[in-house]
Write a protein that binds this ligand. Structure first.
Ligand SMILES: [Zn+2]
Length: 426
């Protein structure tokens, strides 16, 4: 009944998450490396003792449930008769003002016994040192929404395997921009980049502070920044958590992986082997023609354009959402190369290059005219063709994909101001 979820000898993204959260709350699980060794086991035993669980060093369902508030980054707390808000803040390693931000009811109704509060812990919701998977995204959107009730969230559609395609909305202004990440499974670091940006934006807004010298209250009121952190959750799950025997495409995926290389090193496509950034109706026929050159006429780790434009639920949902939203500017995040692509074929929308030059200046990323092999059927291409407004592909970071999570700090610093300015300038 109480089957082990994690135990000594286990490896992978879930172990990394366990190690990250145990160390955030003061235990010592050793290096966050995704390997459940003796130090991690000892930390789990300590955690179990402190939470009235059987101290056996094995994480079972009850242990995972006890960890859940720390994974989400907040605790649902009922105020007792003797509680003061200061005590609650101290017990959660947070501040009174952060509790008030999470619970606008305190200002309206006052602080009273019996009240249900969302109490944030004193660490970031979005971890910056672990592999990031779609199940985490779900927990963290709950966590960010609880901490920042002014954050807008929703779902634009579902993946092939039924995973929700989430969006977050920063701001309530009339002008809209849209940023997305992880069209390509291998490039899941872009999801973390976008989520970190959302978390930092919300924190700054709640404190009434500036971010990179920019007035966040002003930006919040004039603009709505829509963020779709993970366009391809099925692909990211495959890359981060490995191929599960329960995957309905299990045997297909093994045959589509023609070079038989590890999925985590090569898989860019969605779970049906379609390269989502070659599935948009913008010169899609050319992407289709190029399949044979890349040995991708059938579903493949990359470069297969699919049976028809927008054949995949992920691209269909994003194109449909974009059509309804009509943003003034979009950025599609990819890795790697530290460059910004800003045109499509011979089209360059008004102000597109001027804005690109500013974004290039603050990020340090080079400006590139789109190369022929990347000129077809991408999200940015389709957006420019459809709206004649600035649309960019940012190739973040440098090195061999998948970029190690250790690059996140640099990638974030390069891109934070560019994301703010793109919204201001749009
Ligand atoms: Zn990419």
């Amino acid at each position: 009944m109480n089957k082990p979820i994690l135990q000594i000898g286990d490896k992978g993204a879930k172990v990394m998450l366990l190690q990250n959260r145990l160390s955030e709350i003061g235990y010592n699980p050793g290096i966050v490396d995704g390997i459940y060794g003796n130090l991690t086991k000892n930390a789990v035993i300590q955690f179990q003792s402190d939470h009235a669980l059987k101290p056996d060093g094995i994480v079972s369902l009850s242990g995972w449930k006890a960890l859940m508030p720390y994974i989400e980054g907040f605790n649902r707390y009922t105020v007792g008769v003797a509680d003061t808000i200061k005590d609650i803040a101290q017990n959660h390693y947070t501040t009174v003002s952060q509790i008030v931000t999470c619970n606008p009811g305190i200002e309206k109704e006052g602080f009273q016994p019996g009240m249900q509060l969302n109490v944030p812990y004193g660490f970031d919701v979005i971890p910056s040192n672990i592999s990031y998977s779609p199940d985490l995204l779900e927990s963290h959107i709950r966590g960010l929404s609880a901490r920042y009730p002014f954050l807008g969230t929703g779902i634009i559609g579902q993946s092939v395997l039924g995973k929700p395609l989430y969006f977050l909305r920063l701001g309530s202004g009339k002008k809209k921009v849209l940023y997305n990440g992880a069209h390509h499974a291998l490039e899941w670091i872009t999801s973390v980049l976008l989520l970190k940006f959302c978390e930092n934006f919300c924190r700054t807004y709640s404190r009434g502070e500036k971010m990179k010298g920019i007035d966040i209250h002003g930006l919040y009121n004039s603009c709505s920044i829509y963020v779709i952190p993970m366009v391809n959750p099925d692909g990211v799950d495959l890359v981060v958590n490995g191929l599960s025997a329960e995957n309905p495409f299990y045997y297909d995926l093994l045959s589509w992986n023609h070079d038989n290389l590890p999925f985590e090193e090569i898989w860019k496509a969605n779970i049906r082997g379609v390269d989502l950034n070659l599935n948009y109706p913008a010169n899609w026929d050319k992407a289709k023609e190029l399949e044979s050159k890349f040995n991708a006429c059938k579903p493949s780790p990359c470069r297969h354009a699919g049976p028809s434009p927008l054949s995949e639920p992920e691209t269909f949902a994003l194109a449909d959402f974009t059509q309804r939203l009509k943003p003034e500017l979009v950025i599609a995040y990819h890795t790697q190369g530290r460059v910004i692509y800003w045109n499509y074929g011979t089209s360059a929308p008004p102000r597109s290059k001027d804005i690109a030059e500013i974004l290039s200046g603050v990020s340090g990323y080079g400006l590139e005219e789109t190369l022929p092999e990347d000129s077809y059927a991408g999200y940015k291409d389709w957006f420019i063709q459809e709206f004649d407004k600035p649309g960019y592909t940012f190739e973040a970071g440098i090195g061999v994909n998948p970029l190690p999570i250790s690059q996140l700090g640099t990638i974030y610093l390069d891109n934070e101001k560019a994301m703010l300015l793109a919204a201001l300038l749009a």
